[in-house]
Design a protein around this ligand. Structure first.
Ligand code: DHB
Ligand code: FE
Length: 284
């Protein structure tokens, strides 16, 4: 059967992708950001996931403001990097896992979560930047990726608890899939940031660090945090953090923190990154 071995969280700052693509990763500004992923790159090369279920948000790229699914699962064979206005990023095509994705769609939808099934879409920085941070610049991504999009761009986003419960439904679905697959679930976006308005540039280190503590040790209560608290404390785009709760719900209650990295500045965003591992028995 498929098994969930680990969870990864990371911010998806688009300027990180531009820094890599334009050969600027050794610049004084960016070097500390990439240094924070050196351990993670070694770890994931050793962990060799077959599939990453990558929970991310589309930034009005694949979905315009005309149609906005709350939760959408990518069931296609492959997904092209999106053109977000300056040409597609020069990164590999994302190879999906249609069989597992279709199985997840059936299981999760019939467990009362209404997913939108997406058979064709391009993927923006929300998905490609986390892949670049974890895998660097390979000729092909080393595993299959199932894009799982959450609306956090247009009000109303789903609640933290809805995301946490969805993670549990994803776990049940993946663990019932009849193929021996090493699956990781990633929750991306965040941490504190606000891109516009009078509070643009807001960073709240105290909130972010506490969020990292609580996502490991206190996720049930953290899931109850109302949107207005994300907005007040972490800025309008800080609500991307509800996607971390999908990852947490997909892992076991006793998952342990393996690695943590937190860095400011990275464009307008506080960059947060964690690796959580399920207990050895679950990883087999
Ligand atoms: C930035 C962060 C984001 O999450 C995003 O989607 C766009 C820009 C930033 O920090 O610049
Ligand atoms: Fe974003």
């Amino acid at each position: 059967m498929a098994r969930i071995t680990a969870g990864v969280t990371t911010s998806h700052v688009p300027a990180i992708g531009a820094a890599l693509d334009n050969g600027r990763s050794h610049d004084a500004y960016w070097a500390p950001v990439f240094a924070g992923f050196e351990f993670s790159k070694r770890w994931i090369a050793a962990s060799r996931p077959d599939v990453v279920l990558l929970v991310y948000n589309d930034h009005a790229t694949a979905f315009s403001l005309e149609i906005i699914p709350t939760f959408a699962i990518g069931c296609a064979e492959r997904f092209q990097p999106a053109d977000e206005g300056w040409g597609p990023r020069p990164v590999p095509v994302v190879e999906g896992h249609p069989e597992l994705a279709a199985h997840i769609a059936q299981s999760v939808i019939q467990s009362d979560f209404d997913l939108t099934i997406v058979n064709k879409m391009d993927v923006d920085h929300g998905l490609t930047v986390p892949l670049s941070l974890m895998f660097g610049q390979p000729a092909a991504w080393p595993c299959r990726v199932i894009p799982f999009a959450v609306n956090v761009v247009q009000y109303p986003p789903p609640s933290g608890n809805r995301c946490y419960q969805l993670g549990k439904a994803l776990r049940a679905a993946i663990e019932a899939f009849d193929q021996d697959l090493n699956v990781q679930v990633w929750g991306t976006g965040g941490m504190s940031h606000q891109l516009q308005g009078p509070r643009a540039g807001l960073i709240n280190t105290e909130f972010d660090r506490r969020f990292m503590d609580r996502i490991v040790a206190d996720p049930v209560a953290l899931a109850m945090l109302p949107h207005v608290e994300y907005l007040r404390e972490a800025g309008s785009e800080g609500v991307e953090l509800v996607m971390w709760l999908v990852m947490r719900g997909a892992l076991q209650a006793d998952a342990r923190e393996l690695y943590r990295f937190y860095h400011v500045p990275a464009s307008n965003t506080a960059l947060g990154h964690m690796i959580l591992e399920n207990p050895p028995a679950a990883r087999r």
